[in-house]
Design a protein around this ligand. Structure first.
Ligand SMILES: [Mg+2]
Length: 306
């Protein structure tokens, strides 16, 4: 059996990078994106803000205590989706098989390409293309599996690349802290620290049975990841199958009328988007006649909405 070549690509502080692309005066400044209410958390922050100890998922209040001079932005999901789509299109054009793991993260299976192109060279060219065509910084990790490549990307950031050659995976992981393993959350992290396990090297040497006793079934996966074993395949990306809208309230509410109105409004907007998309599919499949109907219907709907 031949070894796999798995590439992990991740846009650097994606939301922040999009904001800077839209407004270049924000470049190089400490930026926080997220809600400012009591419950607000940091969804994304610039590297300048990270220097003050801020990280994503931190309560906004705490972030502001650490970095009071930071500029706060509410975030704009519509443009993040738009730019995510732009990057996806660039990758889809060149990639043999790819998985979109999140709004700003991709896995590609490049197995078998080495003989012809050289995977690292190919990946570097794709990265340059993304940077040039989207204007957004992106980093990658390349290795034999998803776990090692994802950790490689986090080591490469910001704006860098990491290649872990076949056979060097364990050496690469060994000195890193256990928190670097994807999927190790706060609880697991605390427990491992309590057990005195700080580096991936130490974790990799603990008997599987002991880890299974402490963590249940995930204990085995944890051991495997620490030992650079990850057979998970790339799950090819398919067109979006669902659409949704959501809204988080600043404070809890019992105002049923307000909620009803909001719900209706959201359903209205959503059905508008769904209708647009569906007629677009018709248009692709059935040609100019449908296109005319589509335009007609859209105009009618727009009129109705005004
Ligand atoms: Mg990212």
């Amino acid at each position: 059996m031949y070894d796999r070549a798995i590439l992990h690509l991740d846009l650097d502080s994606f939301f922040v990078s999009v904001e800077c692309l839209k407004n270049s005066s924000l470049l190089g400044k400490p930026l926080l994106i997220g809600g400012t209410s009591n419950r607000g958390v940091v969804a994304s922050c610039s590297y300048e803000a990270r220097r003050f100890g801020v990280h994503s998922a931190m309560p906004m209040k705490m972030a502001l205590r650490l970095c009071p001079q930071a500029i706060i932005l509410r975030g704009d999901m519509d443009s993040y989706s738009k730019y995510s789509g732009i990057v996806t299109d660039i990758i889809a054009e060149d990639a043999p098989v790819y998985e979109k793991a999140s709004i700003d993260e991709f896995y590609l299976d490049l197995t078998g390409m080495d003989r012809h192109f050289g995977c690292f060279k190919w990946s570097s060219e794709l990265r340059q293309k993304v940077i040039k065509d989207s204007g957004l910084p992106i980093s990658f990790g390349l290795s034999v599996n998803k776990t090692v490549s994802k950790i490689g990307t986090s080591e490469a950031k910001p704006n860098g690349t990491k290649y872990v050659p076949n056979g060097e995976e364990k050496g690469f992981l060994a000195p890193l802290p256990v928190g670097k393993i994807p999927g190790v959350g706060d609880q697991t992290h605390k427990k491992l620290n309590f057990m005195g396990v700080r580096t991936i090297d130490t974790l990799s040497q603990i008997p599987i049975r002991l880890l299974e006793r402490e963590f249940g079934k995930p204990g085995r996966t944890l051991w495997e990841k620490a030992n650079a074993i990850d057979p998970t395949p790339i799950v090819p990306y398919h067109e979006q199958k669902s659409m949704s809208k959501e809204r988080t309230f600043v404070e809890d509410t019992l105002d049923v009328m307000m909620m009803k109105h909001l719900l209706l409004d959201m359903a209205d907007k959503l059905s508008f988007e769904l209708r647009l998309r569906q007629t677009r599919i018709y248009h692709h499949r059935q040609g100019p006649l449908r296109r005319l109907q589509y335009l007609h219907q859209t105009k009618k709907y727009l009129l109705y909405r005004q």
